[in-house]
Design a protein. Structure first.
Length: 236
């Protein structure tokens, strides 16, 4: 399978507005202070934990792990190019907050079980796990026909994995994080060309080109929608 490299590269997910909004949401879930130790699983370019570190000046630098090492990863965090399960098995570190943002669909059900069991064991007392995934019902992400079909298939897998997560964590809370996206059609087309979302990864160039023409015919100048994530929170 091709690797997802551009989800946080010049997208709304890397915008200052998004990161500020996401930080505000996290503050409703956990107390952010300088003593917090954070692990971000699937951190990408580490935009979120880098911003948190700048704002709260954590004593311990946040740790980000990803199977891809991007060229422009933020410098004020500790980054490891690693599989999440392998890292959690080998690290002696304990954390107050473990973020798992929009990566669950890359794991099998068995791997999710292992990931959660390991993550729970790597929490300090009162530590939390926050798991974010795309809203599976009535998702508003702008799609062309083939993209929509592949996205729905992926969201169906997410639903199955969410059941595994809930059964594993048992004592959890679930909420939604929403962000209003407003961007030009041109910029969204560039994101599609960069295959910013996993359902685009295995499409042929021909399929992508046809899809881009569909998007251009539907959205003339501007695209507005609400990007909504499910958030499952667990506290030790």
């Amino acid at each position: 399978m091709k690797l997802l490299k551009n989800w946080d590269n010049k997208t709304w997910l890397s915008s200052e507005e998004y990161i500020l909004s996401f930080t505000s949401f996290i503050k409703t879930k956990t107390k952010l202070n300088k003593n917090l130790k954070i692990l971000d699983i699937g951190c990408g370019r580490a935009n979120i934990i880098s911003f948190l570190h700048k704002k709260f000046q954590f004593i311990s630098k946040p740790v980000g792990i990803d199977i891809i090492k991007s060229k422009n990863i933020k410098k004020n965090i500790i980054f490891y190019k690693s599989d999440a399960i392998k890292y959690l098995k080998n690290t002696n570190e304990l954390f107050d907050l473990i973020l798992v943002k929009q990566v669950i669909h890359f794991f099998s059900k068995k791997q999710i079980e292992s990931l959660l069991n390991l993550a729970k064991n790597k929490l300090n007392k009162d530590g939390q796990i926050l798991i974010f995934s795309l809203k599976t019902k009535n998702n508003k992400i702008p799609c062309f026909k083939i993209m929509k079909s592949k996205l729905l298939k992926s969201l169906k897998k997410d639903e199955d994995i969410l059941k595994v997560i809930k059964n594993n964590l048992k004592d959890y809370k679930i909420n939604n994080f929403s962000f209003k996206v407003d961007l030009s059609t041109y910029k969204y087309v560039q994101m599609i060309k960069n295959r910013y979302i996993s359902c685009l990864l295995n499409m042929s160039d021909k399929e992508l080109k046809k899809g881009i023409n569909e998007i251009k015919s539907i959205y003339k100048d501007q695209i507005k929608f609400t990007d909504t994530l499910n958030c499952i929170s667990f506290k030790k």
